[in-house]
Design a binder for this molecule. Sequence first.
Ligand SMILES: [Zn+2]
Length: 351
Amino acid sequence: MARVFALVTWNLQGSVLPDLVPGWSPAARWAAGVVSALVFFISVLLHELSHAFVALHYKMSVPSITLFIFGGVSNIEGEMRTPGQEFRIAVVGPLTSLALGLLLGGVWLAMPGDIGRIIMYLAAVNIILGVFNLVPGFPLDGGRVLRAIIWASSGDITKSTRVASRVGTAVAWGMIALGVYSALMGNLGGLWYVLIGLFLKTASDNAYGQMVLERALEGVFVRDVMREAPAPVEPQSNLKRVVEDRVIGRGERSIFVGGEGRVLGLFTIADLAAIPVDQLPSMTAGEIMIPAERVVTVQPGTPLLEATRAMTERDIHQVPVVEDGRMVGVLSRGDVLQQLEVRQRFGRSDG
Ligand SMILES: [Zn+2]
């Protein structure tokens, strides 16, 4: 965050302000750069707050807002419940940016001169932010607006997300092509379009996959999918025997260390592979395990989507399911995938 702020300030005083206010001293440019960067960040923040404000009005929680260089990303929890809600939550952001642009434009008209030109530049930035976010590619705001419109007419949120993400991907490829073309014509600024296009393409692919996952796993909890936990090994168990009995013998990939129903820790085959083979006979499970307090656990009542996110974010394949400090089962990514496959093949049980 501080780094992005510094980058924006540096870019403003170095490449933007020399053109806008050529007569200013470097010190004055730096001061104006800091103030302008501040106005820029407040603009992006207001855009995001407007989304959050409307979402809160519909009693949806907004746990975090991440400021981003092309506009922020509000983390609005849960799917929109109606197309109308989604439409209003999405459209208010670009409208806020456009309104800020007009407001600053008005200030510029009232205030000619050097400072007025800086304000004009900030007005233009807000207009660009508003227009860019209105591009109808999901997950940009405009893509959400498009999705809401298709959703309202078709009643099918999955289909409308698919269409809106395809438009998003098409827009992304368009930007990449435009950027490459203008870079080949000698305008290196075109590389920015390539970067933004790549960002948008990744975002639209992810957003669609995320939505499919969310729909499929809605209303499923860890207890519905978890398996019975394999018996844990004892902390003093010999590692060579653990490898022979559990890894080779039963194909287990992560092994829990415990006693009297409690999880003391766990280790995976990757941890085992890091140890030279000739040292295995002289080592114990307790020596290489990750202690329980650093092990990610879930509860039987944890929503499966949340558990899946926790596993994906930390790149772990298996988590112990713990209730009242006792291990009651184990959840693996394989189990989640299998559940997804079944649900996609046979449809959702709640109809
Ligand atoms: Zn927005």
